[in-house]
Design a protein. Structure first.
Length: 646
């Protein structure tokens, strides 16, 4: 795991060269073990690398790395889990080739020499961000893994093209034009993250997952070429469904997931896993322990608020599997300490509130290991989110209510304050084991106003501020996949459409961003076996009923997990990795939030409508509405703006 930076310039190569060290140092946390750089002033190209040594910790893994023929130079962030198998393939045709070391970077560049970039990317199993310079053709190619596990930003700044693992690396370029993209701010309010391909900075973009493109001084246009497409996987799966029984599906899942876990346990440094106690992380830990001759290290975090705490379940599962388990209870003081770090850790505004416990558990794990496997991707791939079975139920009743009456119904739901709903709904709360039932009812009321179909209901459920562009000065809603229905995956069932869209949007731009920045901020590498593309392709071939049925998700995954962990330890209502944000903002975080939301503070930014924001904040503080999750994007934006100006 590493960080990469660099650029290409026609007339400002001197400025770019002089900025390279600052750009590389900006991502020191991504690679504290080693640093490398390369400059070719004649071609106008510079490349920098920060290394967190995982495979082949010797100097033979140093980057930037040249191909033996001298044509290519590469900087690479990530892991190629099948790189040893790729070496065996190469050795059958490149009989004269001599390996210098054991790093996957060397395997990567050898594959490029033998096969070219397109076939190389299709052959790789892993997570990666790659910058490849062709010394002969004087072209720069950028590539990103299939699901966007590893970040990669790029953009032209006048005559200079920049790329880097994080935005802070690009901003360290002395000629960086730091104009805020107000359209991206509106997207942040709408979704609580900034969707691809946009970033907070004008003219700076994210490389789309599963693509690569080539640029040069003569060819400035960045046209992504797709080497793997979830849309194609979804379309192909519809006509090639798995024909076996549910038990046979579990057996094949066992084989594929075991293969993925085995490949991702390859490491020359200490390795462990994050264990929440949920289905996904428990499955990964069970398979790791089954393949390990000694107890693996597992880590979890807990809360004093019982409705958000799964640490006791994680501890029970760790005990059953025989792992070496470490647990940290999150206190209010931990929250206060962690919040100010968020704008620096996520160097564009990011507002998934579970970023707080995520940052803490990553720091906890890094005290003991350098690599940690996670259960990320399980919800999207196997149907774990509540909306997959709640949305169809809601729509079943909502569609019979005339559109004109839905607003009346929504208004009726919000007549009672959230705490009163919660007190009336105690049986419901106990049944779902969820807190803040009143807040959920109010949130549902806000969503059903905007739903004219089940697809629109899904869009409403994943949206925080429906009219976000109206509250950001000079903003429009920039086009994204969620707004471009013609580009949606061709899934016949609305639940499958939700799962595919979540994989392409929420997972890539929220979940994986949250995990990557939190982990790399602690110099920890995380790996996600559920995102092995071979496993994902198989999962999409499964009938939907093998994943979502009778108000429950992950059917076949549960069946497999029960072979490793007793059913009673894992069968319980989904909690998720949420935090009691509504309560924290009324208590421990209130003073911090008040400072950021003061009328003068809001006016100083010139980006937001202070009146709307203040009214929303007052409603939240009164207890009438649970607007904590709506306010969080505003707070993260304000905190980021303050940090940027410091």
């Amino acid at each position: 795991m590493c960080g990469i930076v660099g650029g290409l310039s026609g007339s400002n190569v001197g400025e770019l060269k002089n900025s390279l060290q600052s750009m590389t140092n900006a991502i020191l946390h991504r690679g504290p073990d080693d640093c490398g750089s390369w400059v070719d002033e004649c071609s106008g190209v510079v490349m920098g690398h920060r290394r967190l040594s995982i495979l082949d910790v010797s100097p033979q893994g140093h980057q930037p790395m040249f191909s033996p023929c001298g044509r290519y130079v590469v900087v690479f962030n990530g892991e190629i889990y099948n790189h040893l198998a790729l070496r065996e393939v190469l050795e059958r045709t490149m009989t004269e080739h001599r390996w210098r070391g054991r790093s996957d970077t060397e395997t990567l560049i050898a594959c490029v020499v033998a096969w070219g970039i397109h076939k190389t990317l299709q052959s790789m199993v892993g997570m990666f961000a790659i910058a490849l310079w062709d010394c002969r053709d004087r072209t720069l190619t950028l590539a990103r893994d299939r699901f966007g596990e590893k970040p990669l930003y790029y953009g032209w700044q006048g005559d200079t093209f920049l790329f880097g693992s994080e935005l802070k690396a690009l901003r360290a370029y002395s000629g960086f034009d730091s104009k805020i993209n107000t359209d991206a701010v509106a997207l942040l309010l709408r979704y609580s993250y900034i969707p691809s391909p946009w970033s907070i900075w004008k003219n700076i973009y994210k490389v789309p997952a599963g693509t690569y493109f080539t640029v040069s001084i003569r060819q400035r246009e960045c046209v992504p070429i797709c080497y793997w497409s979830l849309n194609e996987v979804v379309a192909a799966a519809g006509s090639n469904r798995f024909q076996g029984s549910e038990n046979e599906a579990a057996l094949e899942l066992d084989r594929l997931l075991s293969l993925a876990v085995k490949g991702q346990m390859l490491s020359d440094v200490p390795l462990g896993a994050l264990l929440s106690g949920g289905i996904d992380s428990s499955m990964i830990v069970a398979m790791m322990q089954a393949q390990s001759p000694k107890p693996i290290r597992t880590f979890s975090i807990g809360f004093s608020e019982k409705h958000y705490d799964e640490s006791r379940h994680a501890a029970q599962i760790a005990k059953h599997l025989g792992t070496s388990h470490t647990e940290l209870m999150m206190t209010p003081s931990d929250v206060l300490d962690a919040v100010p770090r968020m704008p620096t850790l996520y160097d564009e505004p990011f507002a998934d509130s579970s970023q707080l416990p995520t940052a803490l558990v990553m720091a906890l794990a890094r005290r003991h290991v350098t690599v940690a496997l996670t259960g990320d991707g399980g919800d999207e791939v196997f149907g774990g989110y509540n909306r997959y079975f709640v949305a169809p139920q809601i729509w079943k009743y909502l569609q019979v209510i005339p559109v004109s009456l839905r607003k009346v119904f929504a208004d009726w739901l919000t007549v009672l304050p959230a705490p009163m709903w919660s007190s009336f709904a105690l049986p419901l709360r106990r049944w779902h084991n969820q807190a803040n039932v009143g807040d959920k009812i109010h949130k549902l009321a806000d969503r059903i106003r905007h739903a004219g179909s089940i697809d629109e209901l899904y869009l409403a459920l994943v949206t925080e501020w429906q009219d976000a562009e109206q509250h950001v000065v000079g903003a429009n809603i920039a086009p994204t996949l969620l707004s471009a229905r013609r580009d949606w995956p061709a899934a016949g069932d609305p639940i499958e459409r939700m799962m595919a869209l979540d994989t392409l949007t929420y997972m890539q731009d929220d979940i994986l961003v949250k995990v990557d920045r939190a982990a790399m901020g602690a110099s920890l590498e995380t790996r996600a076996p559920f995102l092995d593309h071979r496993l994902v392709e198989f999962a999409w071939r499964l009938p939907l009923s093998y994943k979502v049925r009778d108000g429950k998700g992950k059917i076949v995954l549960r069946r497999l997990l029960h072979r490793y962990v007793p059913k009673g330890l894992v069968e319980r209502p989904k909690v998720g990795f949420g935090v009691p944000l509504n309560d924290w903002l009324r208590r421990e975080l209130r003073d911090w939030a008040e400072d950021l939301l003061a009328p003068a503070a809001l006016a100083d930014t010139g980006l937001l409508n202070p009146k709307v924001i203040r009214n929303c904040w007052a409603e939240h503080l009164s207890g009438r509405r649970g607007y904590g999750y709506r306010m969080w994007p505003i707070l993260m934006l304000q905190a980021w703006l303050l940090k940027r100006g410091a």
